[in-house]
Design a protein. Structure first.
Length: 327
């Protein structure tokens, strides 16, 4: 074999290798000598000697070959992520030192936090220094995995903030109004704490003392942006205040949402999204429930309105007038 002529990644297949593999799949086997043109096939176990004739090579199924290549790729990505984390850890104190040397507002108004653990520490540090107000928007995905602030340490952190004389205001989706995890949290907190709900909320937002805000920096929320620019923080506070005044109280005194003509508030929220043409997955994500629950509510809505199809349901929603009344 001549591996020197074969330069490509461990999780890749060269053109010669793909061609030989396709031929082996079509014919069921290849003479062993032909694998010298693409030694990567043997190295990765994509071709292997036949039990009855070791001079003949047989292919593994494509699904197996794909999993082997993906596993190699995932291992490489894991190594790179660890390397990136080590670099981030090494440079973080240097970046802070540079900001202090520059001394300008723009140099420290934004900071990227690279892990969920670091995000949690940064929020805890900001709250330890804060004394006035914590504003939080906490969307969720059907409570499959509790957000970070449900953990015991976060509960203690929030209670310490309240004990310092601060107040807490939190916004959720309506779907958490009867969630034991959320209800239990507010039953344990002591002090000036309120929670309200809406059909839909924005992405996660934490604001401490009108001074610093935290927002997600990627889809899985493993990265966050710490914002200290006064204009941006003021914008976030204004957004929160407008949503807060539109929201329905949940704690300390819950206000019950009225049912209209047999249509629950949750079904009404689903109806509004159906009219806009959203899929079941999008509806579930927007309203903070899993897809199965969303489909159960859609089925109940259809039964209430007498709909026999998705298209007819949209028409009946429009004709029913359930979306015409003021929220």
């Amino acid at each position: 074999m001549t591996p020197q002529a074969h330069h490509h990644g461990a999780e890749e297949l060269c053109e010669a290798g793909l061609s030989l593999y396709a031929r082996a799949l079509r014919e069921g086997h290849l003479p062993g000598v032909e694998a010298t043109a693409a030694p990567c096939l043997l190295d990765k176990g994509i071709l292997h000697p036949a039990i009855e004739d070791p001079s003949r090579l047989e292919p593994v199924p494509p699904a197996v070959a794909l999993q082997r290549l993906l596993r190699s790729s995932e291992e490489r990505i894991t190594v790179e992520r660890r390397r990136g984390q080590r670099l981030a850890d090494a440079f973080e104190p240097l970046i802070r030192l540079d900001r202090r040397a520059v001394g300008g507002e723009d140099a420290s108004s934004l900071r990227l936090l690279s892990t969920k653990e670091r995000v949690g520490r940064a929020i805890a540090e900001a709250m330890a220094e804060g004394t006035e107000q914590l504003l939080a928007i906490q969307p969720h995905d059907g409570l499959v995995a509790p957000p970070f602030h449900y953990h015991e340490a976060a509960l203690e952190r929030d209670q310490a903030f309240l004990d310092q004389g601060g107040r807490v205001r939190a916004l959720y989706q309506h779907t958490v109004r009867h969630a034991p995890l959320v209800i239990g949290r507010y039953e344990r907190l002591r002090g000036d704490v309120e929670a309200r709900t809406l059909d839909q909320v924005t992405e996660r937002l934490i604001i401490v003392d009108h001074t610093v805000a935290f927002i997600p920096a990627n889809a899985d929320r493993s990265l966050a942006l710490e914002v200290r620019h006064p204009a941006l923080v003021a914008y976030f506070v204004n957004t929160f205040d407008r949503l807060w005044h539109l929201a329905t109280p949940m704690h300390p005194r819950a206000v019950q949402q009225p049912t209209l003509n047999g249509i629950t508030p949750r079904q009404r929220a689903i109806a509004a999204l159906l009219i806009e043409g959203h899929t079941d997955n999008v509806i579930a994500e927007r309203l903070g429930m899993n897809v199965r629950t969303a489909r159960v509510h859609i089925a109940k809505l259809a039964a209430t309105l007498g709909s026999e199809s998705r298209a007819q349901l949209g028409y009946l929603i429009g004709q029913s007038g359930i979306l015409d009344r003021d929220g």
